[in-house]
Design a protein around this ligand. Structure first.
Ligand code: PLP
Length: 399
């Protein structure tokens, strides 16, 4: 009998991890499953990054490093923020960890006291609410509207702030909706943020380079430098450079917060892998053409999948402006009956029904807004085509 803590109850498996896990089990049992649940590029890490990692290992960079990043990595991150975002910072403003997820975890663990609120526009990446729970904070979902392309409005923000609100999570391009905030839209939030000086902001820019139709990326600390002293800008190499397995993410923020985050990391994993950090330097300082050509590939896949999903009766979605997800409304399937006679009551039932037709997808409830499901199009066109056929068949089987 294992003695589990109350804390472990607050650590949940995400909807996407659950869907991917179920897909693996069904495949192992011999069923054909197309899995579009995982949020990671299906490309390989660029060769020059792999070479740099190899060289670093040969050169003996295989030891512990500074807890929150080597000087070389921090210098590359400082240069990246200046070059790409116009954010001026110093190495002491930088924290690197084992993925953007660890960086976010450190930030929330270092700042939340029991009962503190974290404002999360819904739909959003599940981890924000899960980490908040874990850190004994309270996630406060702010439902956004499809007519606003799932973006938070200044009015919605104003209404949601209380004395207990400690953080606002902003994520653009968004997982799971693909929403992208323009500079104008971010600027519109600034007066509200200025009226509430005790509210801090996390700008999660993880999908910065997955932007479609020539859109320009904007981030809060650059748009409103007066808010930089209470903004943590989070980014990483996972999505931009197809480096999810290397586990390297980073953030830029005020020194006191950065030091507190290093203390959290110092009592858990210590430094991110020395080899990954060397690879990260090569990625950040290296050429970007491969990143742009992969983005064009994602856009072609988006253009392939969106009309096919919209052609299925009962489903609807907008073209995402960034990231590699479509957030599909399945409102038209709710209340219908499957051939087995089960009534579809919510988006979890929708995903069970889709799985019966051989497609593994996470449902919207985990992202805080129902009834939807999320489709990742970071997969080959063949996979996407097969998934669309199966989704159509699943829809046609409903009465
Ligand atoms: C919105 C968002 N932020 C951050 C992350 C964290 O990525 P990583 O920990 O691989 O850097 C993810 C991963 O799925 C994400 O979707």
């Amino acid at each position: 009998m294992v003695l589990l803590s109350a804390r472990v109850e607050r650590a949940r498996l995400s909807a996407s991890a659950r869907a991917a896990q179920r897909a693996r089990e069904l495949r192992a049992a011999g069923k054909s499953i197309v899995e579009l649940a995982q949020g990671e590029p299906d490309f390989n890490t660029p060769d020059h990054v792999i070479e740099a990692a190899y060289k670093a290992m040969r050169a003996g960079q295989t030891h512990y490093t500074q807890v929150d990043g080597t000087p070389e990595l921090k210098a590359a991150i400082v240069a990246k923020f200046k070059r790409e975002n116009g954010i001026e910072c110093k190495p002491e403003n930088i924290s690197a960890g084992a993925g953007g997820k660890q960086v976010l975890y450190n930030a929330l663990m270092a700042t939340l006291d029991p009962g503190d609120e974290v404002l999360i526009p819904a739909p959003s990446w599940v981890a924000y609410a899960d980490i908040t729970h874990f850190a004994e904070g309270i996630p406060v979902w702010i439902p956004t509207r499809p007519e606003n392309r799932f973006k938070l409005t200044p009015e919605q923000l104003e209404k949601s702030v209380t004395k207990k609100s400690k953080w606002l999570m902003l994520n653009s391009p968004s997982n799971p909706s693909g929403a992208v905030y323009s500079a104008e839209e971010l600027r519109a939030l600034v007066p509200v943020l200025e009226r509430h000086p005790s509210l801090w902001i996390i700008s999660d820019d993880m999908y910065e380079h997955v932007l479609f139709d020539g859109r320009k990326f904007a981030t809060l600390a650059a748009i409103a430098p007066q808010l930089a002293p209470r903004t943590l800008t989070v980014n990483g190499v996972s999505k931009t450079f197809a480096m999810t397995g290397w586990r390297l993410g980073y953030a830029c923020g005020p020194v006191e917060l950065i030091r507190a985050m290093a203390r959290m990391q110092g009592q858990s994993s210590l430094n991110p892998s020395s080899v990954s950090q060397a690879a990260g330097v090569a990625a950040l300082n290296g050429p970007m053409d491969i990143v742009y050509s992969r983005c064009a590939e994602f856009q072609a896949r988006r253009d392939f999948i969106v009309p096919r999903l919209n052609a299925v009766p009962g489903l609807s979605c907008d073209k995402p402006h960034g990231a590699f997800y479509v957030y599909v409304s399945c409102a038209g399937w709710i209340g219908k009956k499957t051939p087995q006679g089960t009534v579809i009551g919510n988006d979890a039932d929708v995903c069970v029904h889709l799985l019966e037709h051989g497609v593994a997808l996470p449902n919207g409830a985990g992202y805080g807004l129902s009834p939807y499901f999320r489709v990742s199009f970071a997969s080959s066109l063949d996979n996407l085509e097969e998934a669309c056929k199966r989704i159509k068949a699943a829809g046609e089987s409903l009465r």
